[in-house]
Write a protein that binds this ligand. Structure first.
Ligand code: S3P
Length: 431
């Protein structure tokens, strides 16, 4: 599918993007491990979260969809109620599904095989294979134990003390989930804070888990209580409209009910440091997660540095932030962002390539990008590279360029945001 976008003269409106992808995955996986029934509302309608439900069902977890808007009832089977899947588990495009489920499978006394699509099969799995082996799991992967498909023969785990080599929430959550099945405590040391949705949810479910700075301690042997979850809107999806709102010369866009957990809200901090006019209202805490409404208005941006501890807090928003940097005065430098190279695409390469087509002054570095703001881009034909975040970044670029922008491979947006193109039309059309 391809889409054409033309910049409107006015961009405006209010909308709520779909449920947070990260919180949705966790609400399904952790409730499957609990005893009892849980109601999850506003579960992400994206393809990735559907992959998680498909895999859990294959492991014997009853899940009932209540409506098309994302209400689910999950019948938890408890830590020892999963059954051996009778086929290969397919995580599709979803790294979170594959890595978090592998932690669960490492704790099961049966055999499972996990695979994914072409993009996921090229992504690093040695980062989970190593610690799961240290815990006692028998696990092997393709390409010298570095990639999927992986074969897991679980059970008999023991707790470990482990220093994560990367600030990855998927890795942290994989080991944390395995730790719940292990004998003895597990202690994890992180190089920088990554999203802590797993920790927050497990604490509410009755697990003994302590976060102390960058250290997470997990004690096994506690049964998990099921937890009703009302998933907030995804800040990673809201980010497209925030950037559109601050970069468009005549705009006012509000996104409501957005999760603004501080470990995820780096995009807000980065845009504010660039001078963006963003206001957060209706701040509240729901289910341990901070939530609010965010309004973005046309702004005069200046370049900034995006590096260090900020990177894991805005990782998925880097492509659209690079787009914002094209409209800022001065230079924006992304550093310490080499993890971008092992996402659904090599996002340093694909972002630089695609924004260059639109006339951006942007170049690749080993661990990031350098963007010199020119204040304008011109319409061209762009390619999503099968990466949802690239497709949506190009969609927003189309709202800001002179002349028409065509996005090839646009349908992939549905991996996290099935209504993206409709919402884009709505914001552009209201103007
Ligand atoms: C995710 C963590 C991030 C992020 C991904 C979702 C999660 O990856 O890029 O889209 O739900 O845990 P890492 O923190 O593993 O790099």
């Amino acid at each position: 599918m391809k889409r054409s976008v033309i910049a409107p003269t006015w961009l405006g409106g209010t909308l709520s993007p779909p449920g947070d992808k990260s919180i949705s995955h966790r609400s399904a996986i952790l409730n499957a491990m609990a005893k009892g029934e849980a109601l999850v509302t506003n579960y992400s309608t994206g393809g990735d979260c559907e992959s998680t439900l498909r895999c859990l069902r294959a492991l014997g977890v009853p899940i009932r969809r209540m409506d098309q808007e994302g209400s689910l009832v999950i019948q938890g089977v408890g830590l020892d109620g999963f059954r051996e899947p009778d086929n290969i588990l397919n995580a599709g495009n979803s790294g979170t599904t594959m890595r978090l489920l592998s932690g669960l499978l490492a704790g099961q006394p049966f055999l499972s095989i996990v695979t994914g699509d072409g993009s996921l099969r090229s992504r690093p799995m040695d980062r989970i294979i190593k610690p799961l082996r240290l815990m006692g799991a028998r696990i092997q992967g393709r390409d010298n134990d570095s990639k999927s498909p992986m074969v897991i023969s679980g059970g008999g785990l023991r707790g470990i003390e482990y220093t994560l080599p990367v600030a990855s929430a998927q890795l942290k959550s994989c080991i944390t989930i395995a730790a719940l099945f292990a004998e003895g405590e597990t202690t994890l040391h992180q190089p920088a804070a990554s999203r802590d949705h797993t920790e927050l949810m497990l604490q509410q479910m009755g697990a003994t888990l302590v976060q102390d700075g960058l250290t997470v301690k997990v004690e096994p042997g506690h049964r998990l209580n099921s937890l009703n979850v009302n998933v907030p809107a995804d800040i990673s999806s809201a980010a497209y409209w925030l950037v559109a709102g601050v970069c468009h010369p005549s705009a006012r866009v509000t996104v409501t009910n957005v999760g603004i957990n501080p470990t995820r809200a780096g995009i807000i901090d980065a845009l504010l440091s660039m001078g963006a006019r963003l206001t957060i209202t209706n701040r509240r805490t729901e289910g341990g997660e901070e939530v609010g409404d965010i309004t973005a208005e046309s702004s005069d941006l200046t370049g900034t540095e995006v590096a260090g501890d900020l990177i894991p807090r805005l990782l998925d928003e880097a492509p659209v932030l690079a787009l914002a940097a094209c409209f800022a005065k001065g230079t924006t430098v992304f550093r310490d962002a080499q993890e971008l190279r092992v996402k659904e695409s090599d996002r340093i390469k694909t972002t630089v390539q695609e924004l260059s087509r639109l006339g951006a002054d942007i170049r690749e570095t080993a661990d990031g990008m350098v963007v010199r703001g020119t204040g304008r881009l011109k319409g061209a034909v762009g390619q999503s590279h099968g990466d949802h975040r690239l497709a949506m970044t190009l969609g927003v670029a189309g709202l800001l360029t002179q002349g028409e922008t065509e996005i090839r491979g646009a349908a992939v947006a549905s991996i996290s945001y099935p209504g993206f193109w409709n919402d884009l039309d709505k914001l552009a059309g209201d103007g």
